[in-house]
Design a binder for this molecule. Structure first.
Ligand code: FES
Ligand code: FES
Length: 133
């Protein structure tokens, strides 16, 4: 079986799907490799992510990765969201096939872009080095 049961679960029943109208930070990224796009919305209170949703136009693994990423960062401080790696997303999904790892990279990047957007909107200074593209 190419995909783990967790990948299939998060693909068939994605968590936290949808646009968040009152988001405090929104991050959108696209994969140059496949053209898929992922958007993550964050609601933030006192440095904690209280809600995270996503819209992904992409493959099943991209959908599963964004679903898992929103689950992993909900209730967590921003510092932890920034530290979320694509490996952590892939591990939480019980692994991804090698050629599908780039889909989880989108999730890492979209989360980071959303945090950066929040910092920008709130005029919170940050080190650009913390936000590699
Ligand atoms: Fe487009 Fe991933 S290549 S769905
Ligand atoms: Fe490109 Fe999955 S194939 S994000």
């Amino acid at each position: 079986m190419l995909y783990s049961a967790k990948v299939m679960d998060h693909f068939m029943n994605p968590r936290n799907v949808g646009i968040m109208e009152d988001a405090d930070g929104v991050g959108q990224v696209g994969s140059a490799r496949c053209g898929d796009t992922m958007k993550i919305y964050l609601k933030i209170q006192d440095g904690i992510i209280t809600r995270a949703t996503f819209e992904t136009f992409g493959c099943g693994t991209a959908i599963a990765s964004s679903s898992m990423a929103t689950v992993l960062i909900t209730g967590k401080p921003l510092s932890q969201a920034l530290a979320l790696t694509n490996q952590a997303v892939a591990e939480a999904l019980d692994g991804l096939p090698e050629q599908k790892l780039h889909c989880s990279v989108l999730a890492e990047q979209a989360v980071r872009a959303a945090v950066r957007d929040y910092y920008d909107r709130s005029h919170i200074p940050y080190d650009p080095a913390d936000f590699p593209v």
